[in-house]
Design a protein around this ligand. Structure first.
Ligand code: PGA
Length: 258
């Protein structure tokens, strides 16, 4: 049984003070919510302020990225150990905005995933196709390749620490979410690929989230699909009422996952 995971990706928004306010508001609304795990991912500079605002409230801290080295002359980089010291439990890896604006490659994503696992973090690996790739029928190929490359040498024994977020690039920040049916189909492709890489039993513990224009209005459609084990939320995670609606969005009525 996979517990649904709801993650708010705040991207490059919030100063520390704003982050603490936002986190407190979210905690007031959904602190202690049962049946789901909730995490928020503020920018690095707000992690220290957000941590105390959610401590003991049943909301976990996540980072948006990490670097794979432990320490050293890597100006601007942040290691898994630094994130763990701030109380991070999760780290988003390979978000399409990192791939697009910062030139992150599958190989770099792989090094980041393995660094997270080497430490005590739980990676949320993002994959997803561009609109043109979907139109030209390359969806399966693209997703399988991204998953395989990112998980090269991933220890099967650590499968339960892994989550994969299916985030079609054309759905991110556009207000044009994938249909629950399309998401479910992509999730099945990812699940089969995870079985190939990690084995049947270990892969069953991996949660597959949907991300891309999730709102309080459309979340129920995703929650109703047994293939969808949670959501990664961008824009709506900055609005406490919307994020709370997403976390409450019908996950408890979810059909038993296969
Ligand atoms: P969005 O972003 O919810 O604003 O579409 C999702 C994401 O980037 O994870």
């Amino acid at each position: 049984m996979r517990i649904p995971l709801i993650v708010g990706n705040w991207k490059m928004f919030t100063t520390p003070a704003e982050g603490a306010d936002l986190a407190s508001d979210v905690a007031r609304r959904i602190g202690g919510l049962r049946g789901v795990e909730v995490a928020v991912a503020p920018p690095f500079t707000s992690l220290a302020a957000v941590g105390p605002a959610i401590q003991g409230k049943g909301i976990e801290l996540a980072a948006q990225d990490l670097y794979w080295e432990e320490r050293g002359p890597f100006t601007g980089a942040i290691s898994h150990g630094m994130l763990e010291a701030l109380g991070c439990r999760y780290v988003i890896v390979g978000h399409s905005e990192r791939r697009k604006h910062f030139g992150e490659t599958d190989q770099q994503v792989n090094r980041k995933v393995r660094a997270a696992i080497r430490g005590g973090l739980r990676p949320i690996l993002c994959v997803g196709e561009e609109e043109g790739e979907r139109i030209s029928g390359k969806l399966r190929h693209v997703i399988r390749r991204q998953v395989s490359r990112a998980l090269e040498d991933y220890p099967a024994g650590d499968a339960r620490r892994l989550a994969v977020a299916y985030e079609p690039v054309w759905a991110i920040g556009t207000g044009k979410a994938a249909s629950p049916e399309d998401a479910a189909e992509a999730h099945r492709v990812i699940r089969r690929q995870l079985v190939r890489i990690l084995g049947q039993e270990p892969s069953a513990a991996v949660r597959i989230l949907y991300g891309g224009s999730v709102t309080g209005e459309n979340v129920a459609g995703f929650a109703a699909r047994p293939e969808v084990d949670g959501v990664l939320v961008g824009g709506a995670s900055l609005k406490p009422a919307d994020f709370a609606a997403i976390a409450r969005g019908g996950w408890e009525d979810r059909p038993e996952a296969g």
